[in-house]
Ligand binder design. Structure first.
Ligand code: FSX
Ligand code: SF4
Ligand code: F3S
Length: 375
């Protein structure tokens, strides 16, 4: 348990939120009362549940046996039909006003919500009833946070998130499609420890996990700064792990912890890590609204150079070591400084200077915010 506490507290800064050290948080976990959790599924793909099942620190068994008291989860429980319905009614009655309600999936609102019925009741009515008796609500995933995939045009069911329906309630949003399970575990553990939720941003997202920009901490950031862009899936740049900006990566406009906390506890298991652009799944204004191929505007970031950075490697590319160091550790400003310093090391007109010749295959120029390459 101590180990699990450190795993969750340390990387996401719960210690800072609570003004305690990670060790304090972890040690305190042995004294907490397990929070009662009722988990409801609405319009979803169950990916949020599946992602939670993949957590390893703590593992799922440890989570439901030692960390929380999971009273109802229709996907995971053995019972069904009347048996399941009774379990839900009993749990709501017994723990009224005390339980955390975890909502997975969006809620259909068109035509009084008849697009989803639960035990003969519209989902809308079920959420209103069970949500109003909860001490607090965690909206897990983009669907529960604001509608997610079901709300994409033409939005046939009028799908919305929990906070839209229960705006006065204590609702925290954990968007992501799917969300990182450690974000939810961090939130639940803080609630269990002192009955509070972490500080949130203006979209009800916990700052400890959503205060960072994917692009700022992306492992491919040095390639962005160097103007090395994938032009087509499977091209030389893609195979080399270059930046996916021109493939429509929404990382520069997306807040989430994916680049520093990968999925399934496996290094590089996150969209960009496996060669797919970020689709901005944690951003209400981007996910499932902005086309995947559309290049995002660069707001606070300097546009990449419109020529190759003068970096000298055997193959005329950024070395893996330089990429890792600059992208992971040094950050945006230092990364740009590194690239700039290499450029300045080149004497104008000196063709023998490091990096003066572009590689045989690859981009010739940097992108513009509109997505076209500048001349
Ligand atoms: Fe939505 Fe959950 Fe996306 Fe799926 O169930 S957040 S569709 S990955 O996972 O609700
Ligand atoms: Fe990473 Fe995307 Fe930014 Fe490129 S544009 S550095 S792939 S977040
Ligand atoms: Fe989502 Fe982008 Fe992370 S698509 S999972 S926010 S890298």
């Amino acid at each position: 348990m101590f180990c699990s506490g450190l795993m969750i507290a340390a990387p996401y800064g719960l210690a800072i939120t609570n003004k305690k050290t990670p060790e304090d948080v972890a040690a305190g976990l042995g004294k907490i009362t397990r929070p009662i959790v009722i988990w409801l599924n609405f319009q979803d793909c169950t990916g949020c549940t599946v992602a939670t099942l993949q957590s390893a620190h703590p593992g799922f068994a440890d989570l439901i046996l030692n960390v929380i008291s999971l009273e109802y989860h229709e996907t995971l429980m053995a019972g069904s039909g009347l048996q399941a319905r009774k379990a839900l009614e009993d749990a709501v009655r017994k723990y009224s006003g005390k339980y955390i309600l975890v909502v997975e999936g969006s809620i259909p609102t068109k035509d009084k919500g008849i697009f989803m019925m639960l035990a003969g009741r519209p989902a809308l009515e079920v959420l209103s009833d069970i949500g109003s008796k909860a001490a607090a609500i965690i909206a897990i995933g983009s669907c529960a946070s604001w509608g997610g995939i079901p709300s994409a045009v033409p939005d046939p069911t009028g799908a919305v998130g929990v906070a839209d329906l229960l705006p006065q309630h204590s609702v925290i949003n954990l968007p992501g499609c799917p969300p990182n399970p450690y974000t939810m575990l961090g939130v639940i553990l803080q609630y269990a420890a002192d009955g509070t939720f972490p500080e949130t941003d203006d979209q009800r997202r916990p700052k400890f996990a959503f205060d960072r920009n994917i692009h700022d901490q992306c492992t491919r950031r040095a390639h962005f700064d160097a103007g090395n862009f994938v032009k087509q899936y499977g091209d030389a740049g893609h195979r080399e792990g270059w930046c996916l900006y021109e493939m429509g990566c929404k990382g520069p406009d997306t807040h989430a912890g994916c680049s520093t906390r990968n999925f399934n506890d496996v290094t590089d298991v996150w969209p960009i890590g496996i060669g797919a652009p970020c689709i901005g799944c944690t951003e209400k204004s981007i996910a499932f609204k902005v086309p995947m191929f559309k290049v995002v505007e660069l707001h606070s970031i300097a546009a990449p150079p419109n020529s190759y950075a003068a970096i000298n490697t055997t193959y005329g590319k950024v070395s893996p070591l330089a990429t890792g160091l600059v992208g992971l550790g040094i950050g945006a400003a230092a990364g740009a400084g590194y690239v700039a310093s290499r450029q300045f090391s080149k004497v104008e007109g000196d063709e023998s200077a490091p990096g003066s010749k572009p590689p045989a295959e690859g981009p010739k120029s940097g992108p513009t915010p509109e997505g076209g390459a500048s001349a």
